[in-house]
Design a protein around this ligand. Structure first.
Ligand SMILES: Cc1cc2nc3c(=O)[nH]c(=O)nc-3n(C[C@H](O)[C@H](O)[C@H](O)COP(=O)(O)O)c2cc1C
Length: 220
């Protein structure tokens, strides 16, 4: 099948777009307003977009509390949402009033960032501390009406890792078991059972691809 995105004429019960662009990492965004209200919310339109320098982005359908806070204070955090924290992650997406602190609401503990004045999830195996760069208002957005989609970029200026998740010098993602967002109301978990290692490809002297080996520990 093909469908036209403007017409949305897929004939299916739900638009499959987000189920195709999956899995998506969950940006669990911690922020604080100038009035001091803490905020925590998951955003699966999230990703790391560069590592020289380290940059992340998330996108918000309408100006939600996270966007408001970040534009006010210029900082935010990302906490790694993992399997054992699913209920807290999901709970923190509830449509709560601006003044509601989702750490309180969900019973999650927080730590204050070391590099930025914003909270992150204490129980999370890793967190990123970010300095706001800019927001891109996607076409059709209208700030005065608060409609549209807003993509927020931040530079990662500090990283927290719970040392228990470092194994042989590597961040042990399969021990952390990150949650990923699939389509519809579906989620996945990254673990040993569904990950593998491979080296980058190399060409032989005739310019043909050599057989790719399991990762030998040399980062190429
Ligand atoms: C797993 C998950 C992913 C989500 N991803 C997004 C997203 O990418 N963009 C968005 O606008 N809302 C997303 N939401 C909904 C927000 O988390 C929700 O609207 C939340 O209340 C926003 O909080 P805030 O107003 O405190 O920023 C997501 C919810 C869940 C559970």
């Amino acid at each position: 099948m093909h469908y036209d995105c403007k017409k949305n004429n897929h004939g299916l019960p739900h638009d499959p777009y987000k189920a195709i662009v999956a899995p998506r990492p969950i940006g669990w965004i911690g922020s604080k307003g100038i009035g001091g209200f803490q905020n925590l919310a998951p955003y699966s339109y999230f990703n790391a977009v560069a590592d020289k320098p380290h940059f992340v982005m998330f996108s918000s359908v309408s100006i939600k509390d996270s966007v408001k806070n970040i534009e006010e204070t210029g900082v935010f955090t990302f906490s790694l949402a993992v399997e054992k924290l699913f209920d807290g992650m999901n709970g923190s997406s509830a449509p709560a009033e601006y003044s509601v602190d989702e750490f309180n609401l969900t019973g999650l503990e927080y730590s204050q960032g070391k590099f930025v004045d914003a909270p992150y999830v204490k129980e999370s195996p890793a967190a990123l501390e970010c300095k706001y760069w800019k927001t891109i208002d996607l076409p059709g957005s209208n700030r005065s009406e608060g409609t549209g989609t807003y993509v927020v970029f931040g530079e990662v200026i500090g990283v927290y890792i719970d040392d228990n998740y470092i194994t042989d010098g590597l961040f042990d993602a399969s021990k952390a078991r990150p949650l990923v967002r699939l389509g519809y109301m579906n989620y996945g978990v990254v673990g040993k059972e569904n990950t593998f290692t491979k080296n980058r490809p190399e060409l032989d002297k005739n310019g043909n691809l050599k057989e790719v080996e399991e990762w030998d520990g040399i980062y190429r």
